[in-house]
Design a binder for this molecule. Sequence first.
Ligand code: GLC
Length: 436
Amino acid sequence: MNTSIEERTRRTRWFSHDRFGMFIHWGIYSIPARGEWVRSREQISVEDYQPFFEEFNPVFFDAKKWARLAREAGMKYAVLTAKHHDGFCLFDSALTDYKATNTPCGRDLVREYVEAFRAEGLKVGLYYSLLDWHHPDYPHYGDRHHPMRNHPECFNENRDFSRYLEYMHGQVRELLTNYGKIDIMWFDFSYPGMECETWKATELVEMARSLQPDLIIDNRLEGSGEKSGTIMTKNPSVYAGDFACPEQMIPPRGMVDEDGDPIPWEACITMNDNWGYCSSDHHFKSSRMLIRSLVECVSKGGNLLLNVGPDAKGRIPDESVAILKDFAAWMKDNSDSIYGCGYSELPKPEWGRFTQKGKKLYAHIYEECMGAICLPGLAGKVDHLRLLKDGCELKITEFWNIKEYPNDAFFFLSTSRNLTFPLPDEKDTVVEITLK
Ligand code: GLC
């Protein structure tokens, strides 16, 4: 195996074990509360966006509370937007005045986040936007996304992109120097004409790794949610990243390279339809759907990075808190079927999904079955069965009506009565199967 792939496997070992993290999109865009792209979507000038900077004061922000919520939900790591596309910095950068410490908030929010999440035992990641709609040297007119893209008067003649690169590299250096150990750097994102060495990506990655040798990096110096880049090949570039990050979808067959070997990946998913706080968006997925999404990711060898978008006062929306509490309850009973697990060689069963860790096969049962629950092809291969939630014994059955299926194993959800419904947990009932 190519050494860079071996290195990647080594660096991502914890990541591929932990499986579940929290994404946090937060910034002054939580005041207009129409998502983090509001400046671009509504083509708002820097002057018209300024009031939100002058006003930003998240009086209820409590990083410890967020960290506890994440840990209790079973999340093992988190990624916070240190700077999003609008250029506003949640950290006390020496390279700009456009930062939280200069707003009424007056606090280094990245520091509080890093300390609180680390104290709860979570790994910490930072999202850093490659795009910057505030920096004067970032292309304005004619750019694909810049709020001023349609303004010829914002021509780019006196803009010096190399000055922007110096700023961007300088900020990454600050983030990787001033906050102790950082576990993930989540760059976002590349687009045609703005990718790879446009960012001086080799230099950036080498600098990042010289400061934090164990750091894992996403694949968006080369790509985006649209295109994963050379991480999908056997010859990844220096800046190909350590994991792929499909966005708002779960890849149909997991993610593998050109030879069919699995690569680390993480699906990032919002709970409603926005990353940043959006006051009118109450279109939240059910916790059942989100728990099943986590299981789906794991069953395909990937991770789930589930987003919250705190409001302008610094609070995670109630709907999100409720979802996280449902995760907490489910993970308390079932996390053995998530951590350290991956895809199973068995095909997806009719009634749900499988995850697997060595000899432990986890049946995630979503659908009520008519008659005994079938484990296709597992006749004679099961040592014992337990309901994961309480460890209670379940048994392979020899019931009279399954005799025509000698290759399959079957079981009921009780050893005293031949029950298959109602499922003990309608979100996902997990049965632990110990294989021989
Ligand atoms: C996108 C968006 C962005 C969000 C990110 C999360 O690329 O630009 O707003 O932060 O995806 O994956």
